[in-house]
Design a protein around this ligand. Structure first.
Ligand SMILES: Nc1ncnc2c1ncn2[C@@H]1O[C@H](COP(=O)(O)OP(=O)(O)OP(=O)(O)O)[C@@H](O)[C@H]1O
Ligand SMILES: [Mg+2]
Length: 346
């Protein structure tokens, strides 16, 4: 039969992903009881009753406890912290930022985010990086999409392209001189699947920030996976993000989920620099007319709802998809992206 101490020890390995601290330290574990028959039960006091991370924490706690000899069953009930308790938790602040490699100097970190998948974050990150590089800026891309990395493919960078040096991991460099770090550059083949749990994703992103020899960069763009996942939270919590670009498509649903992402950004106190509505329209090559294939735009309304004055629209452009697929994204240019850079002063 495990002791109270052993149970609490095991629960110290369970983290609140939003706060980056373990649930014991946060005072979330209450009414712990251990029965003779190996049944362990406790109440998990949440900071927010509907916390989207509660199921993950429950799962992690269950796994941590079931691994202990003598534990046969784990019962977790959810409770809520009082206002005073919550204040005390938040007053402790966020965990300290990991220190950047001493050889690095990164002026600006911009994260590219969306609520929904497949809206064009990676494409926009890539063409924005190219436009910045063309204007003489020193640019890096940190591919924070650990389980679905696609940045290297757009630039035609082969798998296994990262090298190491005494000073840190050396990024791959594109033809335009953009420094790229992605898990796809570490795995032996591009198709090797990366199936990792949250803490490993978090650790990898922190390493991509801390242990990579980025050198001097004017802008580091961070390509995020869709939604408010572990990766997105890690980036917002542990990287000094100066601003976020929110990508959406005209579908109302995409707008709704983008607002969800916005609420996370607000909690992290990072400004939304602009909303980019991708695939807004398609200009017919024959008649020259713009057709709103995914329905009418909601961009102005969306920009208002996430409290930014700045938005741009991008057309559906088969040339963009073709160049991306061919690994030749650096040959693509878009006047709207230039407009985005001017408007946001990235
Ligand atoms: N404006 C566009 N015109 C034509 N095709 C586009 C456009 N934007 C993106 N695409 C295509 O749509 C697909 C999805 O784009 P992309 O991978 O950039 O989205 P994503 O938001 O990064 O996706 P994920 O959420 O999976 O990371 C790609 O095949 C890309 O080439
Ligand atoms: Mg992507």
């Amino acid at each position: 039969m495990p002791t109270n101490e052993q149970i609490l020890d095991a629960l110290q390995k369970v983290f609140d992903p939003e706060l980056g601290r373990n649930i014991v330290e946060l005072g979330m574990v209450r009414a712990l009881s251990i029965k003779e028959n190996g049944e362990v039960s406790f109440t998990l006091a949440l900071t927010i009753p509907g916390c989207p991370m509660k199921n993950q924490m429950e799962r992690d706690a269950r796994m941590a406890l079931m691994a202990l000899p003598g534990v046969n069953e784990v019962i977790v009930t959810f409770g809520a912290m009082t206002e005073v308790e919550k204040k005390a938790v938040f007053a402790k602040g966020m965990p300290e930022l990991p220190k950047l490699n001493k050889f690095n100097r990164v002026e600006k970190v911009i994260a590219v985010m969306s609520g929904k998948g497949g809206v064009g974050k990676t494409s926009i990150t890539a063409i924005l990086a190219c436009a910045l590089a063309h204007s003489g800026k020193k640019v890096g891309i940190l591919d924070a999409d650990i389980t679905g990395p696609s940045i290297p493919r757009l630039f035609g960078l082969p798998a296994g392209g990262l090298r190491s040096s005494d000073q840190g991991i050396l990024p791959a460099v594109t033809k335009l001189g953009i420094k790229v770090v992605s898990i796809n550059l570490l795995v032996p083949t591009e198709d090797a699947a990366v199936i990792w749990r949250g803490p490993m994703i978090t650790g990898t992103i922190q390493q991509f920030w801390r242990d990579v020899l980025w050198g001097k960069l004017d802008v580091l763009l961070v390509d995020l996976p869709p939604g408010t996942s572990d990766a997105a939270l890690t980036v917002m919590q542990t990287l000094p993000v100066n601003g976020v670009l929110l990508v959406s498509t005209p579908q109302e649903l995409a707008g709704m989920v983008v607002r969800k992402a916005d609420s996370m950004i607000k909690q992290m106190k990072v400004p939304v620099l602009a909303v980019v509505e991708n695939m807004s329209y398609f200009t017919c090559p024959d008649c020259g007319k713009a057709h709103e294939l995914f329905g009418p735009s909601h961009i102005e309304e969306l920009a208002r709802s996430v409290e930014t004055q700045t938005w741009i629209q991008l057309a559906i452009d088969p040339k963009l998809a073709a160049l991306a697929d061919a690994g030749k994204i650096e040959a693509y240019s878009s006047s709207n992206i230039t407009e985005l850079i001017q408007k946001t002063e990235i």
